[in-house]
Design a protein around this ligand. Structure first.
Ligand code: AMP
Ligand code: ZN
Length: 119
């Protein structure tokens, strides 16, 4: 069923607490944890606990959950004190865009100057 945990999914395991992560925020719907290979002083991944392969699939199935992810990302940005200087939220979608984990996730990046356009 859509949204059900997938046995072979790393982020489902993190959401279930079966794989350790540095969790910075958790609600009934989402979990936010530090990226293991940070690309900025603040690099946090915000994921829905429910499994969808990418942001587009999540948005089509559960638009409210996209709003939850974005709201909680903003809360983390405030907690990390990067809200005043600015931050970027990225959803890599598809292997060609660099998506490597096929469980929808927002990258929250900040704490340094961020160039535009990104690579
Ligand atoms: P993406 O390439 O957009 O799919 O993003 C996946 C992200 O997950 C990458 O930035 C990885 O560094 C990160 N990542 C992979 N494994 C872990 C892990 N066990 N804990 C935290 N972050 C991870
Ligand atoms: Zn998953």
């Amino acid at each position: 069923m859509a949204g059900e945990p997938q046995a072979d999914c790393l982020f489902c395991k993190i959401a279930a607490g079966e794989v350790p992560a540095t969790v910075v925020r958790e609600t009934e719907q989402i979990v936010a944890f530090r990226d293991i290979n940070p690309q900025a002083p603040t690099h946090v991944l915000v994921i829905p606990k429910a499994h969808y392969r990418d942001a587009a699939t999540l948005a089509a199935a559960q638009p409210q959950l996209v709003a939850d992810v974005l709201r909680e990302a903003a809360e983390v940005a405030a907690e990390e004190k990067i809200d005043a200087t600015g931050y970027r939220i990225v959803f890599n979608t598809g292997a060609g865009a660099g998506q490597t984990v096929f469980h929808a996730h927002a990258h929250l990046l900040g704490g340094r100057g961020l160039e535009w356009p990104p690579g």
